[in-house]
Each structure stands twice: as C-alpha cells, then as structure tokens.
Design a protein. Structure first.
Length: 369
C-alpha cells in the first residue's frame, strides 16, 4: 500500500451544550481531519486534540505543526503493508500521541478498505454492539444535574460519568446516588486532587461508585498506588497511562484497577489494542474514553470498543448528544444505551460528508510525495 496524498483540515464544530471539567471547558471544538489517498482508496482519521494544553499538553495547533511538518512527510510516497509498519515510518518522532493518532487511525481505515472489511474486523473486534455511557461536565445546579442524568437514563444509557473537583464532589455524588440508587456511576477528577486529600476522597467510598478516574496528578503513578490502598473505590487511570510500558507499571505497582483507554492519548489503535490486551490478561478493567470526537473519530472509537478486552461501558455515546449535525452519514446513535457496530460496511462504517466538512473547515494543507 502507498499513500500518494495527505490532506489535513482544521475543522470547527459547535457543541450544543457547553462542557466543563475541573481543568478546562469548551463550547466549540477544533479537530484535525486526515484524508489519505492512494491505490484508488480514500481513508479518514481524526486528531481530536483539545485547543488548550490542559489535558496531555498537546493542542490543535501543536498537532497541526507535527502532522504537517513531520508525520505526513514521513508516510507519503512510502510503501507499507499494515498499520504497524505505517506507524514505524514516523517512529523517530517521540511523544505527540494525539498527532500520531490522526494519521494512524486513517491508516487502519485505509487497510480495512483495501482488505474489503469493516474497521472493527480489521482491528479484531468481536462485539456486534457496544454498551454506551455518557460523560457529564461539572453542573453545579444539582437539580439540573439530576434532570440531565434522568434524561440519559430514560434514553437507555447504561453508565453515567460525572466530573468532580474540589468543592464539587461528595455532596453532588451523594445527591446523584440518592436519586439513582442502582445506576452505574463513576466520578472523574481530571487530576484535581493531591494525596493530602485522601481522607476527603475516602468519603466517596460510601456511594458504591464503579470507579474514580484519575484523582491525582496526571503523571503520578506512585501516589495513585498509595491512594488505592486507602480507598475501596477502584481507581481508574487515564492520563497516567500513555504507553504499554505505563500500563505495566500501573499493574506492577497496583496503582489502580481500571484503565480508560483513549486511542488519541496513546498514539493510535495499535498501542490501544496492546494496552487493552495486557490489562485484560491481568484482571484490569478496560473501557474507552472519549474526546468529544466528530463522527470520524467516533466511528473509530466504536470499532475499538468492539474488541473483547473492552469489558466496561465507555464514553462513546451518540453524536446527537454533542452536535446538531455531524460530519458523517448515517448519524451515529445509541439505541437503548448501545451502538450497533456496522460490521457489514467497509472501513469506518459511517462515511464522511465532504460538503459538511468543507463548510466547517478553517485551514487545509496538502502533502504529496
């Protein structure tokens, strides 16, 4: 296989409901779409980087630079046999997982189309549908928070993740648990706490949460291991796990019991698969988080979630939760809390609509051999 042309496009999409976490918020998103062309095939990927450096340090702007000046020139005009060989073409570039994930996702879509099968099948997926959860930003009006959760419960969503932060944690979780005693609920702290807050965080043990996600600093494996000995609530690591090596360190140190795997954070599907398989083999729960992906990235996440190792409902909900109109057809929807995996369709399974993409494009660059 050979890529003859790489098109990068910065695309903006407005959220119909603004989102707020402990470290950042957004009412519109700027992601980079990747279009690979070659061998008569057109394939797509999405770099779902935030616009601000408050999650993993990368931003839309830094990813644009790395993709345009380093990654795309490294792959265009080169022969490759599978997505793993494709990724080795740019392995000299260290870090920059979000930037790499956009190109790597498109390579998996390219390979799936070349082989005449779905992206799910290309990745080794086995599930005909994925169970879907919702992720809710910080909403300090508890009546509105309860009403929002009720709306998604009525739609059949199986799990709710609520963001917490110092000053907005125990009492909101208590209110949600009292209103929804049987609902699968988890709390996501986005690194807002320190080990000195352990006694406070232990109050969350009373509410039978599925897990608390990334309570401590984003690169702190040691203190997460200590905190897990102090809490009965399972700790889930997100930001702390960027590679298979990180996952091994987490398992060996007992720094948590669950991993949230986001393909953009770890550099793409290849590393995500390896982390998921390692975790599952060691009894660690696995689920797929989201970065408010547009339809291209959301389709990729659905395919990733179809892997057997992803044993917990993820953050991959219907696109109608975020956007009035998405950039793919048909619409990605969750029905009764599940999204059907389109195994009968080649590639992503949801096709990008180039007219919609063009109408939302802020910048484009084309790299050829």
């Amino acid at each position: 296989m050979k890529i003859e042309r790489v098109t990068l496009s910065v695309v903006v999409m407005s959220l119909h409901t603004p989102f707020k976490a402990s470290t950042h918020g957004a009412d519109a998103l700027r992601h980079i779409l990747v279009k690979l062309e070659g061998d008569g095939i057109t394939a797509w990927g999405e770099c779902a980087a935030p616009t601000e450096p408050y999650y993993m340090g990368e931003t839309t702007e830094t990813c644009w630079h790395i993709m345009k000046d380093f990654l795309a020139p490294a792959v265009v005009g080169k022969e490759w046999s599978d997505p793993y060989e494709f990724a080795r073409l740019y392995e000299r570039t260290k870090g920059n997982g979000f930037a790499k994930s956009g190109l790597e996702m498109a390579a998996w879509d390219f390979a799936a189309r070349a082989n005449g099968r779905s992206l799910s099948a290309e990745l080794g997926g086995t599930r005909p549908e994925i169970l879907s959860g919702v992720s809710l930003g910080i909403q300090r009006d508890l009546d509105k928070l309860i009403a929002t959760i009720q709306k998604y419960v009525d739609q059949g969503y199986r799990r709710v993740k609520m963001k917490i932060a110092p000053g907005f944690d125990v009492e909101p979780v208590r209110a949600v648990r009292e209103r929804f005693p049987d609902l699968a609920v988890m709390a996501d702290a986005n690194s807002a706490y320190r080990l000195a807050d352990a006694d406070h965080l232990r109050q969350l043990d009373a509410f039978d949460l599925m897990m608390i996600e990334q309570p401590l600093e984003w690169d702190d494996m040691v203190n997460h291991a200590q905190l897990q000995t102090m809490m009965t609530t399972p700790i889930c690591l997100d930001e702390s796990v960027r590679t298979v090596a990180d996952a091994r360190r987490m398992i060996d140190s007992k720094a948590g019991k669950v991993i949230n795997i986001k393909a953009p954070r770890v550099g793409g599907f290849g590393e995500a698969k390896a982390i998921a398989e390692l975790a599952a083999a060691n009894g660690i729960g696995v689920w797929c988080g989201g970065m408010h992906e547009f339809g291209v990235g959301r389709a990729g996440a659905v395919a990733l979630c179809s892997l057997a190792a992803f044993d917990l409902p993820g953050d991959i909900s219907g696109s109608d939760k975020y956007f009035d109109e998405d950039i793919v057809e048909p619409v990605i929807l969750a029905e009764n809390g599940a999204i059907r995996v389109p195994t009968e369709r080649v590639g992503l399974g949801w096709e990008p609509v180039e007219g919609r993409i063009a109408a939302r494009t802020l910048a484009t660059d084309v790299i050829t051999a």
